[in-house]
Design a protein around this ligand. Structure first.
Ligand code: FE2
Length: 281
């Protein structure tokens, strides 16, 4: 059987938003441009060397019904949650937090100058797992394997690539890679049909489907991929980098309000009421 090479469904740029106590963000998913890519409901990029953009951080706030995944590339962030979890996120660290039935946390920069660069992803939990107890995974840079071949260095946060398995425990299969490509370096990955998949180019430029349509995509673009199983990406510039995501869509209704993502309006109302009555601690 000949595998179909995946092409591009759409390329979209993020939207500048201010969230938390005044943090400037590039909202890649979770905006009027891209509402959500089931089961990925939000993706924010924070990247600035101006402390005014990040210093105010994200003071105490609740979550329910999702996982929040924070990946630091540069700079330091501190997390604390109402269950006594937390930790310092240094470059290369991932914090994979399952909010489940509810948790409060704060996310504050642990630096007053220099470059802060990282990503926060939200995954909606399946209906059956919305109210699981909160869980917290602190994945240090040393825990994350790197697969190197053909001019590609792939940091595997979750899922499998090149014989390496990411350390994150997930509720359903999710692939999350940070891929760095040399000039002409090649990332080639097979994804089962029916999975959602997309890339976000963060450095340089990439060439998607180099032997076919060869579309060049520059930094700052989210590219939603079509249903071909085989993803082939080639590096075009001197330094290239992108995040790669794949996951099985849950195909359940989603209702969201701020930090809560549930399946019905009633469940959202309940989440707000539980928060107001201190039941999310
Ligand atoms: Fe949060």
């Amino acid at each position: 059987m000949v595998e179909e090479v995946s092409g591009m469904k759409e390329a979209v740029r993020g939207l500048h938003v201010i969230d938390g106590a005044g943090v400037h963000l590039n909202r890649i998913i979770g905006s009027p441009r891209v509402d959500y890519i089931d089961p990925f409901v939000l993706l924010d990029e924070f990247k600035s060397d101006d402390p005014e953009d990040y210093i105010r951080g994200f003071p105490w706030h609740p979550h329910r019904g999702i996982e929040t995944v924070t990946y630091m590339i540069d700079g330091k962030f501190e997390h604390q949650d109402s269950k006594g979890g937390g930790g310092l996120l240094t470059p290369g660290t991932v914090q994979w937090m399952t909010a489940g039935r509810g948790i409060l946390h704060l996310e504050m920069p642990k630096m007053s100058e220099g470059i802060l660069w990282g990503y926060q992803l939200w995954l909606t939990l399946p209906r059956k797992d919305k109210m699981v107890p909160p869980r917290y995974q602190h994945l240090s840079a040393e825990m994350m394997p790197e697969a190197k071949s053909g001019g590609a260095a792939v940091k595997v946060i979750s899922g499998d690539y090149g014989g390496k398995t990411g350390p994150a425990k997930t509720w359903f299969p999710i692939s999350y890679f940070d891929v760095r490509l040399d000039t002409g370096g090649v990332f080639a990955h097979n994804v089962a049909k029916g999975m959602q998949k997309f890339v976000y180019v963060h450095t340089g430029a990439i060439i998607l489907d180099p032997e076919g349509e060869a579309k060049e995509i520059g930094a700052g673009n989210l590219v939603v991929l079509d249903d071909g199983e085989s993803v082939i990406v080639k590096g075009s510039d001197v330094k290239n980098g992108f995040l790669f995501f794949a996951g099985a869509p849950l195909k359940e209704p989603i209702v969201r309000r701020g930090p809560f993502v549930m399946n019905t309006r009633e469940e959202i109302r309940q989440a707000s009421e539980d928060f107001e009555n201190g039941r999310l601690f």
